[in-house]
Design a binder for this molecule. Structure first.
Ligand code: F3S
Length: 98
């Protein structure tokens, strides 16, 4: 089962997850990232890197984030791949420091 980015990423977007992904499965939207389920190899390297704890393996996904499964797959069809980290967005007051 692939990993998915949840809305905990929204407006924080640290992008440190991108640096450890061995298969370039992250895609970038204006205020969040998404994981392409067709590319994710389930290495889980990104999970402990995210300061927002925004990334889950599908089987461990809390029910409140169930819609993220379809959203990740759909968004990755049109949004560009991101391969380099960038400055965190940090546009939400509760974003953690990275
Ligand atoms: Fe988002 Fe966490 Fe990556 S906030 S951009 S999933 S490191």
């Amino acid at each position: 089962m692939p990993h998915v980015v949840t809305n905990r990423c929204v407006d924080c977007k640290h992008t440190v997850c991108v640096a450890v992904c061995p298969v370039d499965c992250f895609h970038e939207g204006p205020n969040t990232l998404w994981i392409d389920p067709e590319e994710c190899i389930d290495c889980a390297a990104c999970v402990p890197e995210c300061p927002e704890e925004a990334i889950f393996e599908v089987e461990d996904l809390p029910a409140e984030y169930n819609s993220a499964i379809e959203e990740n797959a759909e968004k990755c069809k049109t949004l560009p791949v991101i391969v380099d980290t960038s400055d965190p967005l940090m546009a939400r007051p509760d974003c953690k420091k990275s």
